[in-house]
Every structure is written in C-alpha cells, then in structure tokens.
Write a protein that binds this ligand. Structure first.
Ligand code: CA
Length: 219
C-alpha cells in the first residue's frame, strides 16, 4: 500500500517510516504541508498519515484542500493536542481517524489496516476469494486451508488486487503501490510478481487484461 507520511518531526517520522516499511507499506515521507499537496497531486496514494502542526501549510488546511478536490483517500491525522475540539475539527474536515502523540506503532499499523479495509469496501479483516484467504494483520495467506509463503512484494500486490476485487488495476498503479520514492523499480517487476503469484496460487486467480491491467474476479 503506497502511503504518504506528512510529519515534520524527524525522530517520529523516522520511526513511523521504518515501522510502515516493515509492515509492508511503500512510504513517501514529506515534512511540510506544501510538499504534501504537491505529492498528493502527483501520486495516487492508498493512505495518508497527516500531522496537524506542520510548516508552510497546516495539516488541517491540507486535509480541507484534499477533500475540496474530491480526493477520497483515507486520512489518519496525528495530533499532539489532546483536546476534543481539535479532534472534532479534524474529523469534520474529512479525517477518517486520528491518533494522539505519543502513540504506539502497533496501534498505528492496526488503524491503518482498518482504514485500508474500509476504503476497499471490505468489512471483514480477512480478505477472501473462493478458497483463498488473506489475513493482512497476521500477514498470512491460505489457499484451501494451506499456508502459502509470499514475498513482501507479492503480498502487497495480492493485497491490492483483493482490496479492489472485481476492479481492474493498471500495471502503473500497482507499480506505484509497490514502490516508494527512491526505490528502484525493477523492470517488468509487476509481471514477474504476478507470475510468481500464479505459480503459488494457481493460474486462474489473477486475470490479465492485455494492455489494461490485472484483476481478481469476485468468486
Ligand atoms: Ca508537527
């Protein structure tokens, strides 16, 4: 899941970025509100983690701008201000969830899983398609009850396709979800990972639409 982290505190940003990467997210980290707007204009994100107290443009203004433009990406706000009023303003401005600093990294990851699930229209934490089951929290995949070992990229790719079941995902979009800035994109990487997923999960799960992209059809 390609995630934008907007946080001007270097220590906190560093910790969150490392934790997210370990959790299988591709992370772009910017440190002010203006850079956040530029990133959101140029890249399609699956999640945004937004600090409210930011240089140049405040987190709240970034959030309002984002919603005014009709972007529906899930946003989790980080706030140092533990007042009900601030939280309400943030939620009213279009945030989907919030965390008060300092917070536990595990809690952040758990909340992000809920947000990505909701945005994919999935109510259950476990994603299912036929005899395939994916538990994003436990990072487990089962096929007909048997555990399947996937690499981190394969897992991310399968997660994206299952979250958007029935909707074709272009190769470019999947590539965006797999890699953060500064990460070298291996050539044909999406094709290669799809090939491996088919080898592990069966040839018919992921359908290729030539020149368009990939889709997992609803079972
Ligand atoms: Ca701040």
């Amino acid at each position: 899941m390609r995630t934008l982290l907007v946080e001007d505190d270097n220590l906190l940003g560093d910790g969150v970025q490392a934790g997210l990467k370990q959790g299988g997210y591709a992370v772009d980290w910017v440190r002010d509100g203006l850079a956040a707007k530029l990133s959101l204009e140029s890249t399609h994100y699956g999640l945004v983690i937004l600090d409210l107290g930011l240089p140049k443009v405040s987190g709240l203004d970034v959030l309002k701008w984002l919603r005014q433009r009709g972007y529906s990406v899930p946003v989790l706000i980080l706030t140092a201000r533990d007042t009900v009023a601030d939280r309400v303003i943030g939620l009213d401005a279009g945030a989907d969830d919030y965390l008060i600093k300092p917070f536990d990294l595990d809690e952040l990851l758990a909340r992000l899983r809920v947000l990505s699930r909701r945005s994919g229209g999935q109510a259950s934490p476990v994603l299912q398609c036929g005899d395939l089951e994916m538990d994003p929290a436990a990072r487990q995949v089962r096929k007909a009850g048997q555990s399947v070992e996937l690499s981190s990229r394969e897992f991310t790719l399968l997660h994206e396709l299952l979250l958007h079941m029935g909707h074709v995902q272009s190769r470019e979009r999947l590539e965006e979800r797999l890699y953060g800035w500064g990460e070298e994109v291996e050539s044909n990487s999406v094709e290669v990972h799809i090939h491996h997923l088919r080898r592990k999960l069966g040839p018919s799960l992921i359908r290729t639409l030539r020149g368009v992209g990939y889709v997992i059809d609803r079972a």
